[in-house]
Design a protein around this ligand. Structure first.
Ligand code: ZN
Length: 408
């Protein structure tokens, strides 16, 4: 049986676990070592380290300190891995922790985190999703259930000092373009947790350690729903031993993770096997990770597809802006789903959690980029297809997602 190399106790603070970290830095000591060819299990907290609770209030989503995330399990050292190699990671299986068979999705307040549609949903809201074997449903979003496409939102290897310096330089240059903030997150030592690193060495490293929010060259927080169990990922290696970390497990997610307070966020475990491809970065011209998808995916193959172009809600024309186009596709889908009785928040939550596909459909037809949002029709308890009879209101509005007003 595969050994569980990292264990987490959900009743314990992740800050007290030396095999957990929430920053990227080459000085973070390896939590444990494995040999190439080994398979093993790592348990993980949810990305907030247990801050969000299974209840009917969004106060935790409103009040969370976002400098604390993401809590990752690792780094795992792989003997013999050298800079320039590729670390091959097979995701043999992924699951929820047996003492925590639920996940959360939410929208951060515009004043604390925001999200893709924060102008339309400016207040903190939350939905809880129960995990029933391979399926999920929510007491806050009725009329919909689906099979999980379980994946780590965040997985990658430690950067070396040169790469870390490059990240800090380019992100600070972006931050400096707008002093009002929000463009990126600079190092923040106050809440850094760096595994076994302690004392002065920790203080020095924490001052420059990269936050875990964006995906970068090493992978990291890319939130790719198709990186699911059965996938095989090839990661660039920058330090001796590679230093593989994983966390932010999702039971399911729509493309774009548009709600930002997650997909269906859960605590769980990952069973993986690692091997090394010597000098693989140069051999294959690798800058960012590449991966092979899982042979097993939910077979939702009937979709209702919403188009969006790069003209914003105020009617302003944008030049080939895929972000604006995808936002319009999402807003179009939300307006449509509301006709069946969903609140806007419920519809938004479905788009953030269900196996919804997002496609960049056209990027050359000036001035409009075109994005499409593919909503699987089979996840609903009722027919959402358009017909001559018009939409039937299946929900009466008596159930909605908990909302927490901002504190004044
Ligand atoms: Zn996540």
């Amino acid at each position: 049986m595969a050994e569980t190399l990292i264990k987490v106790d959900l009743t314990q603070s992740p800050n007290d676990n030396e095999m957990i970290h929430n920053r990227w830095h080459p000085d973070i000591p390896m939590a444990c070592w494995v040999n190439p060819g080994d398979d093993f299990i790592l348990e993980t907290y949810d990305w907030t380290g247990g801050f969000i609770k299974n209840n009917d209030s969004a106060d935790d989503v409103r009040d969370i300190d976002l400098t604390t995330v993401h809590y990752l399990s690792g780094p795992v050292g792989v003997k013999g891995a050298k800079p320039g190699d590729l670390l091959v990671v097979e995701l043999l299986d992924i699951g929820a922790k047996q003492d925590s068979l639920w996940g959360f999705n939410g929208f951060f307040s515009k004043k604390n985190g925001g999200g893709f549609l924060t102008e339309h949903f400016p207040l903190a809201q939350k939905s809880i999703w129960d995990i029933e074997g391979m399926f999920t449903r929510s007491r806050h979003v009725p009329g919909v259930s689906y099979a999980g496409l379980i994946h780590p939102g965040l997985i990658g290897c430690l950067p070396d000092a040169k790469m870390l310096a490059e990240w800090n330089k380019r992100e600070q240059e972006l931050i400096d373009t707008d002093p009002t903030g929000g463009l990126a997150n600079p190092p923040f030592p106050g809440t850094a947790h760096m595994g076994k690193l302690m004392g002065e060495a920790k203080a020095k490293a924490a001052a420059e350690a990269a936050r875990t929010v964006p995906g970068r060259e090493h992978g990291g927080n890319c939130d790719i729903k198709d990186l699911s169990r059965g996938a095989k990922v090839f990661f660039p290696v920058y330090v001796d031993g590679a230093g593989l970390s994983v966390g932010d497990l999702h039971f399911s997610q729509g493309d774009g993770e548009i709600t930002f307070c997650g997909a269906i966020e859960m605590a769980g475990w990952v069973h993986m096997r690692v091997t090394i491809l010597k000098d693989g970065m140069a051999k294959y011209g690798i800058k960012n990770p590449i991966f092979k998808p899982s042979p097993i995916v939910p077979t939702y193959n009937d979709y209702l597809i919403f188009e969006g172009v790069s003209v914003d809600e105020q009617g302003k024309q944008h030049y080939l802006d895929v972000n604006v186009a995808y936002r319009q596709a999402c807003l179009n889908a939300i307006e449509y789903l509301k006709k069946f009785g969903y609140s806007g928040a419920q519809a938004y939550s479905i788009l953030g959690t269900a196996p919804v596909q997002g496609h960049i459909s056209g990027v050359v037809d000036v001035p409009n980029a075109c994005a499409t949002l593919w909503v699987p029709t089979q996840i609903f308890d009722f027919d959402i297809n358009p017909s001559a009879a018009g939409p039937v209101k299946h929900l009466d509005g008596s159930i909605d997602m908990p909302l927490s007003p901002d504190k004044v």
